[in-house]
Write a protein that binds this ligand. Structure first.
Ligand SMILES: [Fe+2]
Ligand SMILES: [Fe+2]
Length: 276
């Protein structure tokens, strides 16, 4: 295939009881049916509360399986728990081997690599980073082995949390440590990817749309497909809107389109509280 069309959705936060988020997913699904990309990637927070409600994960899996094209998923903190960070408060629900197993049982793989249109695509589980659980080291070993087989191809990384705000040397701050891949693993990842031709890092998690380039690498923050977070609860960094991202990869180049599916509505997190 000399061209590969990929649609990234993120932060769908699905649960059977949350109708507005399910409605937004259906609008996305209809748009995917109309545009028929080769693949859909959900970059995490697939479910609303995976660690406490296996049925949220099961419901999310059901909806992704019903998409008209194949999909690959990645875990978010709402699916398997969150990273411990060197500074800032400990997560209420740290990612554990048990939560990860639960995810593997219901959803399937939590990391993957495939090649299309002359590109190497890698998806990582960012939530186990810094946990010290066995799968963290396993994943780094697996990643080193996959990167060694990139053979000079351009690389696209998909991951739930962005690597950093603006540049690799950004300090980790107490107020935002939980927003990015935590140190010291961030440094390790950047170092590993510096040995290949990393052109794209596509993430979710922040529920804000953003697109910037540092050096040779474009960083695309997909918005949530489900809901936005108010300015009172979260600072403005990019654009707060729901939507999705479409990519077209060709050997040695790619295009990005930031769009909203027809009928997708900017649901506020506050308005979900009554639905919980
Ligand atoms: Fe999210
Ligand atoms: Fe998240």
């Amino acid at each position: 295939m000399t061209q590969f069309r990929l649609t990234q959705i993120s932060d769908t936060h699905l649960a059977r009881r949350l109708q507005k988020l399910t409605d937004n997913f259906h609008r996305v699904s209809e748009h995917i049916d109309a545009t028929r990309p080769d693949l859909v990637i959900n970059s995490g927070d697939i479910s609303f509360d995976g660690p406490n409600s296996r049925s949220d994960l099961e419901f999310a899996k059901e909806l992704h399986d019903a998409l008209p094209v194949p999909s690959r998923l990645l875990p978010g903190n709402h699916d398997i728990g969150d990273n411990p960070t060197a500074i800032g408060p400990a997560p209420k629900q740290p990612a554990t081997e048990n939560e990860r197993k639960n995810y593997l049982d219901v959803i399937g793989e939590d990391r993957w690599r495939f090649d299309e249109a002359g590109w190497c695509f890698i998806g990582l589980n960012s939530l186990i980073m810094n946990t010290g659980i066995d799968s963290e080291a396993e994943q780094f070993d697996w990643l080193a082995s996959e990167l060694s087989k990139a053979n000079g191809k351009p690389v696209a990384l998909f991951i739930h949390k962005p690597l950093y705000l603006n540049m690799p040397g950004d300090p980790e701050l107490e107020s935002s440590a939980i927003r990015y891949v935590p140190q010291p693993r961030r440094k390790d990842l950047i170092e590993m990817f510096s040995r290949v031709d990393l052109r794209l890092v596509a993430s979710g998690h922040v529920h804000q749309r953003r697109d910037f380039t540092f050096g040779h690498t474009r960083h695309v923050w997909a918005p949530s497909a489900g809901f936005i977070i108010s300015d009172a609860m979260q600072e403005v960094i990019g654009v707060k809107e729901v939507g999705l991202v479409e990519y077209r990869f060709q050997p040695d180049s790619f295009e990005v389109r930031h769009i909203r599916a027809p009928g997708q509505i900017d649901v506020g997190l506050d308005s979900l509280i009554g639905e919980k």
